[in-house]
Ligand binder design. Structure first.
Ligand SMILES: NC(=O)c1ccc[n+]([C@@H]2O[C@H](COP(=O)([O-])OP(=O)(O)OC[C@H]3O[C@@H](n4cnc5c(N)ncnc54)[C@H](O)[C@@H]3O)[C@@H](O)[C@H]2O)c1
Length: 356
């Protein structure tokens, strides 16, 4: 086991261990009274490694789909946990990506008024971003992430071996969130990452360095504003547009890739609204575009996207609250926007340019 990060939260500190031995020693996770929620693809791909866990009678295997992250599909999971006699002094352990994390964290927040939980993130997105920050987010029908809680895990174990079996779209998706976090840290950080972008795919050491870097940047913001009342809002950069794209395409675009499209869209609209010099858009666009290139020609129905944008949970009754890069330094800031015809045509212009 190598070094650990310690993250401060309202319920005390929790650790993030970089733990590449986990797959060879999974029995360590059986201590206490754990109930496992395991991603079905991970269960299949790592059946031999995870045998002691998969043979445990308290293990539930779940397909990681956005549909399964909806409140109605979570109820049968809770019923199974109750059948398995879960108690408040037991622990839930999630093994999977952001979807299994959100399901587990949400259940851990509400079942029996709170059950401790731990997390083994198995996607790049979950390792570099979602594993810290306390949030759970659950869908209501097609409305993405409208329900949620703040409830950090007790421990996180990052085993980068899991990255070896990810599909390429899920690597790009994780890198989408890494790009976002670095843009939030400032243009110098974003430029450094842009220069190293290609080696993220060829050098595990470089990728690991950026996973750590992304977590360290995020740590500063979540420790200052765990409950997302102020400065942490800017982590929604790319997300209002990104969630709307996910909803409008019926989750046809992986989350972190939708976030990358959303960042490009925010940047372009910021230029069109006179908030950002065009040179900044041109500086960021090539690397962001590279990250979503495989999805650039996907059909994003404009009206469905705009409808989804209107339902974003950050909006006020009359205005959208969006995150844009602003000014000569491209500072990431919250901006209120009236969703008038001008704004709608800027969205349409971006989507048309994206496919051109
Ligand atoms: N709670 C938060 O703070 C937070 C933050 C960001 C994103 N999210 C949510 O996370 C979700 C996206 O998470 P994600 O990108 O981790 O995707 P995911 O959980 O949907 O997993 C993506 C795919 O990878 C598969 N998979 C998982 N691990 C694998 C492995 N090691 N090898 C091969 N396949 C593997 C899954 O079965 C799935 O098919 C979205 O629902 C998003 O809203 C939550």
């Amino acid at each position: 086991m190598s070094e650990k990060l310690s993250i401060q939260s309202h319920s005390g500190p929790y650790s993030v261990a970089f733990d590449d031995l986990l797959l060879t020693e999974p029995a360590r996770l059986l201590d206490g009274q754990p109930h496992f929620l395991v991603d079905a693809n991970v269960a299949r791909l790592y059946a031999d490694h995870l045998r002691p866990i998969l043979d445990n009678h308290r293990t539930l295997v779940i397909e990681a789909t956005e549909e399964n992250k909806s409140i109605d599909r979570i109820i049968p999971v809770i019923e199974r946990l109750v059948e398995n006699k879960i108690r408040r002094d037991h622990t839930l352990i999630a093994i999977g990506g952001g979807i299994i994390q959100d399901i587990t964290c949400f259940i851990a927040s509400t079942l029996l008024r709170g059950v401790p939980w731990k997390f083994v993130p198995t996607t790049l997105l979950a390792q570099a971003d979602s594993c810290i920050g306390s949030k759970s987010s659950v869908n209501l029908g097609a409305t993405k992430n409208i329900l949620g809680t703040f409830n950090p895990p007790r421990e996180i174990f990052i085993c980068t071996e899991f990255i070896n079996t990810l599909e390429s779209k899920d690597i790009f998706s994780g890198i989408g969130e890494i790009l976002k976090v670095h843009a939030i840290d400032g243009m110098a950080a974003f430029d450094r990452l842009s220069a190293d972008y290609d080696s993220l795919f060829t050098s595990r050491a470089t990728l690991l360095r950026y996973i750590r870097e992304a977590l360290l940047i995020k740590q500063r913001f979540i420790e200052e504003d765990e409950f997302d009342k102020g400065i942490r809002n800017i982590f929604n950069y790319g997300h209002s547009f990104g969630h709307a794209i996910e909803s409008a395409t019926e989750f046809g675009v992986p989350h972190g890739i939708a976030v990358a499209i959303g960042m490009d869209m925010a940047n372009r609209i910021a230029v069109l609204r006179g908030l950002l010099p065009e040179s900044h858009y041109n500086r960021m666009h090539p690397v962001i575009r590279k990250n979503y290139a495989a999805f650039a020609s996907i059909n994003i129905p404009v009206e469905a996207m705009l409808d989804a944008l209107m339902k974003d949970k950050k909006n006020t009754a009359t205005e959208l609250v969006l995150i844009f890069p602003v000014g000569d330094e491209a500072n990431i800031e919250r901006v209120r926007v009236v969703p008038d015809e001008g704004f709608r045509s800027q969205c349409k212009q971006f989507l048309a340019e994206m496919k051109a």
